[in-house]
Design a protein around this ligand. Structure first.
Ligand code: AMP
Length: 211
């Protein structure tokens, strides 16, 4: 299964991606996670991305596209992949299409998680993230449920940055929804409610393309 997950920040892409990747036995490739891992390790890539990330803006396409193309040449994508957080604009979507077409392995589906802004703001401002494994967690937890790691609030989950990220989504990322609808790849599900229900909704919707 070659799949892209799209939706505004806070729609639950990271959470659903973990379950879906496990269900289809494919790697979960999150550009945000790759950037954060590089930031934590203070690599040149991480340092390049930091200012953009902290202010809720997109890291330049030249940096991001090369990073993703490199990741998509690893052996573990032989049976597919789940891209989370990429593409984020139409240039990235075009680059991805060209890259996969050349490999003879085009996308099979793009799953959109649809949700209202009001719910997003509430979710993001109360979200914490594990310092160790990067998993999202609720603000009332003391430790990460997945690995016991320490939790922190992402710089870009602070209220003033959330508004910027939502604006960036509307302006730059929402157009790829139309792009993929025109390609006949788009599947939209509601992303409000219980996590397990949303996963089930996603798997049911994707069974149409996955058989
Ligand atoms: P995320 O974890 O997907 O919310 O991403 C966190 C931040 O990483 C974003 O606000 C961007 O600064 C950066 N980022 C992640 N994915 C991309 C992408 N595809 N293009 C540009 N910047 C990205």
């Amino acid at each position: 299964m070659r799949l892209v997950l799209v939706g505004p920040p806070g729609a639950g892409k990271g959470t659903q991606a973990q379950f879906l990747a496990a269900h289809y036995s494919i790697p979960h490739i999150s550009t945000g996670d790759i950037f954060r891992a590089n930031l934590k390790a203070s690599t040149p890539l991480g340092l390049k991305a930091k200012g953009f990330m902290d202010s809720g803006q997109l890291v330049p396409d030249s940096v991001t596209n090369e990073m993703v193309k490199d990741r998509l040449t690893h052996d573990d994508v032989a049976n597919g992949f789940l891209l989370d957080g990429f593409p984020r604009n139409t240039v990235q979507a075009e680059v991805l299409r060209a890259f996969l077409t050349e490999k003879g392995a085009p996308l099979q589906a793009v799953l959109e998680l649809a949700i209202e802004n009001e719910i997003i703001i509430k979710r993001l401002s109360s979200r914490r993230t594990c310092k160790e494994c990067g998993a999202p967690a609720a603000a009332n937890l003391e430790k990460c449920a997945a690995c016991g790691g320490e939790l922190y609030q992402r710089e870009d989950d602070k209220e003033e940055v959330i508004a910027k990220r939502l604006a960036v989504y509307e302006e730059q990322t929402a157009p790829i929804v139309t792009f993929y609808r025109n390609e006949g790849l788009l599947i939209t599900i509601g992303a409000d409610g219980d996590v397990a229900d949303i996963t089930e909704r996603a798997i049911t919707a994707l069974s149409r393309v996955h058989g």
